[in-house]
Design a protein around this ligand. Structure first.
Ligand code: MV4
Length: 499
């Protein structure tokens, strides 16, 4: 039986913290790894031990396979959890981990590879009766070839990269005249992004919903689903708000989608946590898009409604034990908002700085997943997601009201965040009505500006903090002309509409 007694977490931030917490609750040891930028990060402080793996740039640390394997060896880890992002969907990494005799807490390398090639995955899905969008095979990068297929499929169409996923390199084409530019651009982008220029054509669905199904397999051949998640609220392929169940999915559609998802996972002998992504059109037809062969950012909403700890199930499965449950029986409704260090009033540019104050939301059915603290330096080396706020309610409306309260309670100073933007999404009448789709933000919140007076609740905290740190400097005998003004002590912040 594979052993999982001491887990190295090959990740950082909130997901590293999340994984460490479950390991501790299971009596499993933890090894954090950290780059030069993360020496004092919460995941480092929380783990049993921590190993430095290199400089701030991810390439030279969190993506450095030999540094990670060396850290596992020196720390006595017997297993590696990759988290999400970084090396989590890298089949070569999964293989390297098992080849040195460690347990990879994730799917078999072959399953990762099988789903990594989007064209091969589509073909496999078709064979097992999972619906896919009408599409071609890989085509030569020749506008004429694309033109004849496009007119057969019918416009609009979309050009995608075979090695792609997550929307990278996608080109929407609405008329034949746009094809030459789009083919050239898509092939160039695919080569640059994936070192694999293969492209193909699909029918383009307008304003679809993005609905995904959580699946789980164990080493005994059981594959179950844990219901769906609605993830349509995105911008530039970055999810912002997720929920379960989907407001667009009723019992019949759910049965069909979850059944297709389980068949999809079975087609690659899936073991571990995985997610099948579907596009859902306005007529209620759904189409396989891709499979994510990892634990997803938005897994907490599924944990809320199923009562399961998905990291615990991952560890059980990695040990060769059966899943701890027979079938999930979801209850109630859960929402998640992603808190990003970015400025929604200025084209969502990533924001940097030092977090000076962090007040986490709390209360019944409120969960805060963070990897940050007061003093955390937010730079540009990593993903700008700082934390996730999730809430549960017996009904969607109850979960939504709790989310509005939780967002109000969340106070983060020193770095500009999207908190007020999130609140305006969740408070929007169209969101309240469950009318979510992939064009939601573009249609309902174009050129967003903070509401006047939006930060009044924060003003008192700002004032108290600023005066306290100035007073502290005086007490410490800092020369009067060197004491910072209250405003200089605050770092980057914004009040109301100004800034
Ligand atoms: C599509 C599509 C419409 N039709 N494919 C974007 C992410 C990547 N996983 C695939 N994506 C899309 N593929 C066809 N044939 C629309 C999208 C899409 C999208 C999908 C999910 C969530 C948000 C999205 C935003 C824009 C486009």
């Amino acid at each position: 039986m594979p052993s999982v007694r001491n887990v190295l977490i090959a990740n950082r931030g909130e997901i590293a913290v999340r994984i460490i917490r479950t390991c501790r609750a299971m009596g499993v040891g933890t090894v954090a790894v950290y780059s030069d930028a993360d020496r004092d990060a919460p995941h480092v402080q929380l783990a049993d031990r921590a190993v430095a793996i290199g400089p701030a740039a991810a390439r030279a640390s969190y993506l450095d396979v030999s540094a990670l394997l060396a850290a596992a060896r020196t720390s006595g880890a017997d297993a590696i959890h990759p988290g999400y992002g970084f090396l989590s969907e890298n089949a070569a990494f999964a293989r390297a981990v098992t080849e040195v005799g460690l347990t990879f807490i994730g799917p078999p390398a072959d399953a990762i590879a099988a789903m990594g090639d989007k064209v091969a995955a589509r073909a496999r899905m078709e064979r097992v009766g999972v619906p896919v969008v009408p599409a071609t095979d890989v085509l030569p990068p020749d506008p004429d070839a694309f033109a004849s297929h496009a007119s057969a499929i019918g416009y609009p169409v979309v050009i995608k990269a075979a090695a792609g996923g997550g929307g990278k390199g996608m080109r929407i084409v609405r008329a034949a005249a746009e094809l030459p530019d789009a083919v050239r651009g898509a092939a160039r982008e695919a080569t640059a992004a994936f070192a694999d220029g293969r492209i193909y054509l699909e029918r383009y669905l307008e304003r679809p919903r993005h609905v995904e199904v959580q699946v789980f397999g164990d080493a005994h051949g059981r594959i179950v689903h844990l219901g769906e998640r609605e993830c349509s609220i995105q911008r530039r392929h970055q999810k912002i708000v997720e929920e379960t169940p989907s407001p667009a999915v009723g019992p019949e559609l759910r049965a069909a989608m979850t059944d297709a998802a389980v068949r999809a996972a079975r087609a690659v002998d899936y073991v571990g946590a995985g997610t099948i992504e579907f596009l859902l059109d306005e007529a209620g037809r759904f189409y396989f898009l891709e499979m994510n062969t990892r634990l997803q950012v938005e897994h907490p909403v599924t944990e809320w409604t199923t009562g399961l700890d998905l990291v615990r199930e991952q560890i059980l499965v990695a040990r060769g034990e059966p899943l701890s449950f027979d079938a999930a029986t979801p209850r109630g409704h859960a929402l998640e908002c992603r808190l990003y260090s970015e400025d929604p009033a200025h084209d969502f540019v990533p924001a940097t700085g030092t977090i000076s104050v962090l007040v986490e939301p709390a209360g019944p059915y409120v969960r805060f997943d963070g990897g940050i603290a007061a003093g955390t330096v937010v730079g540009i080396d990593y993903d700008p997601m700082l934390a996730k706020i999730s809430t549960w309610g017996a009904t969607r409306e109850e979960a939504r009201q709790r989310m509005l309260v939780a967002l109000r309670e969340t106070i983060l100073l020193g770095v500009v965040t999207n908190r007020d933007y999130l609140r305006d999404v969740v408070a929007h009448p169209a969101f309240a009505a469950g009318a979510t789709h992939t064009q939601f933000l573009a249609e309902h919140l174009p050129s967003w500006r903070p509401r006047p007076g939006a930060r009044r609740d924060v003003a008192a905290v700002v004032a108290a903090l600023a005066l306290a740190s100035t007073a502290q400097a005086h007490r410490e005998g800092v020369p009067a002309d060197a004491v910072p003004t209250p405003f200089e002590t605050l770092g980057d912040w914004r009040a109301g509409a100004s800034r």
